[in-house]
Design a protein around this ligand. Structure first.
Ligand code: 5AD
Ligand code: SF4
Length: 439
C-alpha cells in the first residue's frame, strides 16, 4: 500500500451556503488525509453537496449519481456520499434508489463526516439527517489560507418564514444564529490570512439574532462590530427578507463605508394577491416603501431580487404587476425562476399555471431584468469605483475583480493585481461585465 494521500472530489450544487459548507467538509476530510481533486476518475471519495430548492436541482443529483456508476465499477473502494439539502429531505430514498451511495449526511451534520466515512470502511451505510443542538462549525477544523481575498462566513442558518413555495424551512430547519464571539473570531482569522472581503451568509441572514456580550445582537450591530476589524475592507450579506430589514441595518448602509452598496432583497412577486398566497406577509407597496428608506440611507445602492414566474393562481394581471414593480424599483440585477412544486410545501397542493404560460412569463421577466442590468452597468461608464481583484482574466495581463456594486470588472495591468483593492475608472460596459483602467 502506498502512503499517497486519498483524493476527495466534491461537486457543489445550489447556493453560496453550499459553497461554504463544501469548503468546510473538505477541511474536515483534510484532517483524515484527504486532498481535493477536480477529477472524479482519480477520487477515492466523491461527495455531492446537493440542492433541493427546485425540482431540476434535486433530479440532477440522481442523474449525476447514475453517472458515477462506471467509476465505482472501475474502483470498488470508491466511497460515494450525498450531503446537503436533498440528503436532508430524502436521505432514506437516496439509499433505496441508489445502492452505490455509501453515506448520506444532512446539512447540519458535517462535523460527523469523518466518523461516518470510518463507518463505511466497516461496510455500513450511515444516514445522518438529525438536527443536532450543537453548532456544527464549532466541531470543524480551523479554516486554512486559500489565497483568495474574499470569503463566505455563515452567521445564521435555517428559516422560520415558511413561504408557501419553499423547502428551506424543512431542509435547513428553524433559524439558528451563531454567537457573536465565534463570528468575530472566525472573521479575525480570515483577515489574518489575507481576506479583505467577507460575505455573511444565512438563509434569512437579516433575521440574525446572535448572542452578544450584552444580550442579543441583530445584523446591523454585528456588521458595525465586524467593520472595526482592521484589514477587513468590505462586508456583504445575503440573503435577506424584507420584513427583517431592521432600522439599524438600514442605518448601517448609510453610516458604515465597509458595508458594500449592494443588497439582495428578494420580493418574489409584485402582486399583493400572490404575495399573500406566497405567505410573504408584506404588500408590494410596503416593499417599495422599504426600498425608499434604504435608498434614503444609501442613494447609490444596487438592488437585486428573486422572482418566481407562474406561482399557482398567478393571473396575467399579477404578472404585469410584477413587471411593473421590477421597472419601478429599477433592479440592477435579479434572478427569476419558473415555479417548481416542492413536495411537502403548501403551494404544491394547489393547481398550477399552464407550463407554457409560465415559460412565457419567465422569459418576459428575464428580458426586463437583463435590460435593467445593462442599463445599470452602462450608467457606470465614466465613474470611479472600488474593485477588489480576485484572479487573472482570460487575456494576458488581464485581471478580474468585483466592483463595490458586485459587478465583474476587467482591467489590464503589468503588475499582478490579485488581492488588491484599487480605484478603477469604468471605460466600457459589456453584456456581463465592465472594463476599466486603474487610477
Ligand atoms: N420554485 C421556484 N423558485 C423557487 N425559489 C424557492 N423555491 C422555489 C420554488 N419552489 C426561488 C425563490 C428564492 C430563490 C432562492 O429560489 O425566488 O428566493
Ligand atoms: Fe424560503 Fe427565503 Fe421564504 Fe425562508 S424567506 S421560506 S428561505 S424563500
Amino acid at each position: 500500500m502506498s502512503d499517497a494521500p486519498k483524493k476527495l472530489h466534491i461537486k457543489t450544487y445550489g447556493c453560496q451556503m453550499n459553497v461554504y459548507d463544501s469548503e468546510r467538509m473538505a477541511e474536515a476530510m483534510g484532517t483524515q488525509g484527504y486532498v481535493l481533486t477536480d477529477d472524479p476518475a482519480e477520487a477515492d471519495m466523491v461527495l455531492l453537496n446537493t440542492c433541493h430548492i427546485r425540482e431540476k436541482a434535486a433530479e440532477k443529483v440522481y442523474s449525476d449519481l447514475g453517472r458515477l456508476r462506471p467509476f465505482k465499477e472501475a474502483k470498488p473502494g470508491l466511497k460515494i456520499g450525498v450531503a446537503g439539502c436533498v440528503a436532508q429531505a430524502e436521505g432514506e430514498e437516496i439509499m433505496r434508489r441508489m445502492p452505490l451511495v455509501d453515506l448520506v449526511v444532512g446539512s447540519q451534520n458535517y462535523h460527523r463526516l469523518p466518523e461516518m466515512v470510518a463507518a463505511t470502511a466497516r461496510g455500513e451505510r450511515p444516514v445522518d439527517t438529525e438536527f443536532p443542538v450543537e453548532d456544527k462549525f464549532d466541531k470543524l477544523p480551523e479554516r486554512p489560507a486559500t489565497g483568495r481575498p474574499t470569503a463566505f462566513l455563515t452567521v445564521q442558518e435555517g428559516c422560520d418564514k415558511f413561504c408557501a413555495f419553499c423547502v428551506v424551512p424543512y431542509t435547513r430547519g428553524a433559524e439558528v444564529s451563531r454567537p457573536v464571539a465565534r463570528i468575530l473570531a472566525e472573521a479575525g482569522k480570515l483577515v489574518a490570512k489575507g481576506v479583505k472581503e467577507i460575505t455573511l451568509l444565512g438563509q434569512n441572514v437579516n433575521g440574525y439574532h446572535g448572542e452578544g456580550a450584552d444580550g442579543v445582537w441583530g445584523l446591523g450591530r454585528l456588521v458595525r462590530e465586524l467593520a472595526r476589524i482592521e484589514g477587513l475592507e468590505r462586508i456583504r450579506y445575503t440573503t435577506s427578507h424584507p420584513n427583517d430589514m431592521a432600522d439599524d441595518l438600514i442605518e448601517a448602509h448609510g453610516a458604515e463605508p465597509k458595508l458594500m452598496p449592494y443588497l439582495h432583497l428578494p420580493v418574489q412577486s409584485g402582486a399583493d394577491r400572490i404575495l399573500k398566497l406566497m405567505n410573504r406577509h408584506h404588500t408590494a407597496a410596503e416593499y417599495l416603501r422599504l426600498i425608499e428608506r434604504i435608498r434614503a440611507a444609501r442613494p447609490d445602492i444596487l438592488l437585486s431580487s428573486d422572482f418566481i414566474a407562474g406561482f399557482p393562481g398567478e393571473t396575467e394581471q399579477d404578472h404585469r404587476d410584477t413587471l411593473a414593480l421590477i421597472e419601478e424599483v429599477g433592479f440592477g440585477a435579479a434572478f427569476s425562476f419558473k415555479y417548481s412544486p416542492r413536495p411537502g410545501t403548501p403551494a404544491a397542493e394547489r393547481a398550477g399555471v399552464d407550463p407554457e404560460v409560465a415559460d412565457r412569463r419567465l422569459h418576459e421577466l428575464q428580458a426586463l431584468i437583463t435590460r435593467l442590468q445593462h442599463e445599470s452597468q452602462a450608467a457606470m461608464v465614466g465613474r470611479e469605483v472600488g474593485v477588489l481583484f480576485e484572479k487573472p482574466g482570460r487575456l494576458p495581463g488581464q485581471w478580474v475583480g468585483k466592483s463595490d456594486y458586485l459587478q465583474a470588472v476587467h482591467v489590464t495591468s503589468e503588475t499582478p493585481l490579485q488581492g488588491a483593492l484599487a480605484k478603477v475608472r469604468i471605460t466600457a460596459s459589456g453584456p456581463n461585465s465592465l472594463a476599466g483602467v486603474l487610477l
